[in-house]
Design a protein. Structure first.
Length: 72
């Protein structure tokens, strides 16, 4: 990895300071999220379609073009 990586955070592991890049942090978060979703589905806590529906709902609520505010 190049020396010019952007540092997201610093961690101390076994007494040694370690720089964590944004790329490493994003990958770690992605892996944790994937594992969590897999467990929730395996244990029948959620259904895959319910997750997809909720993701679509959150996407519509959070991500919209400027000026496209919800009209009541």
């Amino acid at each position: 990895m190049s020396d010019d990586k952007r540092i997201a955070l610093k961690m101390v592991v076994d007494g040694k300071e370690r720089d964590i890049s944004y790329e490493e942090l994003a990958l770690s978060n992605n892996l944790a999220q994937e594992a969590l979703v897999a467990l929730l589905i395996e244990k029948d806590i959620i259904k895959p379609q319910d997750l997809l529906d909720k993701m679509q709902e959150v996407k519509k609520a959070r991500y919209h073009k400027p000026g496209d505010e919800k009209k009541s």
